[in-house]
Design a protein around this ligand. Sequence first.
Ligand SMILES: Cc1cc2nc3c(=O)[nH]c(=O)nc-3n(C[C@H](O)[C@H](O)[C@H](O)COP(=O)(O)O)c2cc1C
Length: 203
Amino acid sequence: MLAPVNPRRVFAVDDPDVNPYRLLTALVVPRPIAWVSTLSGDGVVNLAPHSFFTVSSNRPPVVQFTSVGVKDTLRNVLATGEFVVNLAGLPQMDAVNQTSAPYEAGVDEAAALGIAMEPSELVAPPRVSDAPASIECVLHTTIEVGTCTLVLGRVVAVTVRDEAMVDGSPSMSRLQPVSRLGGAEWGLPPEVVALERPLQPPP
Ligand SMILES: Cc1cc2nc3c(=O)[nH]c(=O)nc-3n(C[C@H](O)[C@H](O)[C@H](O)COP(=O)(O)O)c2cc1C
């Protein structure tokens, strides 16, 4: 066996000095942010960011986020079966961060912070008015993984603000998405290059 080409540090994840959360969130970057709006069973709005977020399936269209522990967002989704993933653009970055503060369960973060909400198209939880796009979901399934719960939502409607659309598609330069990195670091809207996929392997 050859020696490793590049010296590298090995982290044993069962070593008590290793924090898998810190390590993985520093490495799986940048993570897009689902700014999730929900309603409690009593109809109180809740808004909180989740960066453990991705597309699960395109047919049917399904997206997922992960609740690390049991939080109001998860409780609300389980109680009502609906949620909205609002995209976080650069102008919303500070507001997104503010909504991650540990508000009491009965507190509407959007109202407390002056974040304008408006009715969604097909689900009861409202969307963030200024978010460049919103993805409306009904609960598909939840999967428990240790102390976390993956929440999969079937997408029933997608809305994109007119000013974020170019030639009929959402445009990166208009969406200006921010992302989550490790620790307290955030990613600003990225530079974009276009790279066509190869139609065949090289000869
Ligand atoms: C950018 C960002 C991303 C976050 N991602 C997650 C996440 O993926 N899962 C999670 O459980 N908490 C995440 N948090 C923390 C929650 O937003 C925070 O615990 C919040 O208070 C939960 O609100 P809730 O109790 O109203 O659901 C994140 C916080 C920030 C600022």
